[in-house]
Design a protein around this ligand. Sequence first.
Ligand code: ADP
Ligand code: MG
Length: 375
Amino acid sequence: MPATTTAVPPVAPTLPRAGTEIRLTDVVKDYGLAVPAVDGVSLTIEPGEFMTLLGPSGSGKTTTLNLIAGFETLTSGHIAFNGDDVGSLPPHKRNLGMLFQNYALFPHLTVAQNVAYPLRERKVPKAEISRRVAEVLELVQLPGRDDDVPAQLSGGQQQRVALARAIVFGPKALLLDEPLGALDRNLRGALQAEIQRIHREVGSTFVFVTHDQEEAMSLSDRIALFNSGRIEQVGTPETLYKAPETLFTASFLGDSTVFELAHVPGSSVGWCGHTWAVDPRTVSDRARAAEHAALVVRPEDVHIAPGGAAVPPDANGVPATVAEVHYLGSYRTVALSHADGTVGRARLDASETQLAVGQPVTAWWRVERQRIVAR
Ligand code: ADP
Ligand code: MG
């Protein structure tokens, strides 16, 4: 930062800060079921990073978080904080903040006493406790509620208190397991924005678990996508959306049209009698090594022309029939049926030509906008 820039003072100036690197190496947790709950996970979470563990229910996200926290013991593998192995440390010695779906506040303690609890346990002097509690309640935007008990607060407010309690002692990292799962949609959006702001202001490492792809996309620096106890792909939200390696990743993050290919691509691919050009930059590494591949196109990249119309020279096209049209104000979504029962999806500006259900059309997309993934 140039010396002339005036630094904006942090909102919580006396809260301790910690950007901890969390490194998982070949982590396995086996409960003796058919497959291990966590089946060989390696992942480095950078200091200060907002990392989301995303995936379907049962894919091993919570187990991974519990292994980081020390609530579960490793079957094999290593976990290190800033290079120090923590595998044999009990949870309280790992010094992490935790936030769960159920607020887990002490019902008989006031807001201020709940938030002060981790500081009392750590024998922080009284004056310092009062200062930090006031500061963190300001940070989560709950000033003036010190003497209320949890039952007097709404669900969203209780979750703010739990968040304040989880960060007040300056944990090495904050682990959040579906913390917004119990809240209604509007409140969820508001608290997502809060969590993002607090991450920015506190600057510590956040590990956030969710099964909600939109929540993951909007909050995260990077996402680790889980599939059956393994990490399918790690990357920024944009990388996972635009450059998926596998059909699982492409399908979990957003909509697309999926053409299943019989062969791994060379300079062209065939599908139901059509031959399409392939830009080698759009072929994922995993697709190159895979036995089966698929060509995927995002709805915003699909264009629709009248049936039989020629497609631009740098585009691939395929005949289709309009199956559904949904008007959504600023845009329309169109479902297309292709040969072989494949369902296509397009997203069009509301101003583009009207389409009738049953109308024969040509769907086309630019060669560089398709992606070839492993399946
Ligand atoms: P997620 O958080 O992604 O929904 P979990 O980590 O909770 O998934 O679970 C992963 C798998 O491990 C599931 O099949 C689940 O049933 C199993 N599992 C989780 N905890 C235990 C346990 N304490 N004992 C036995 N199996 C468990
Ligand atoms: Mg879970």
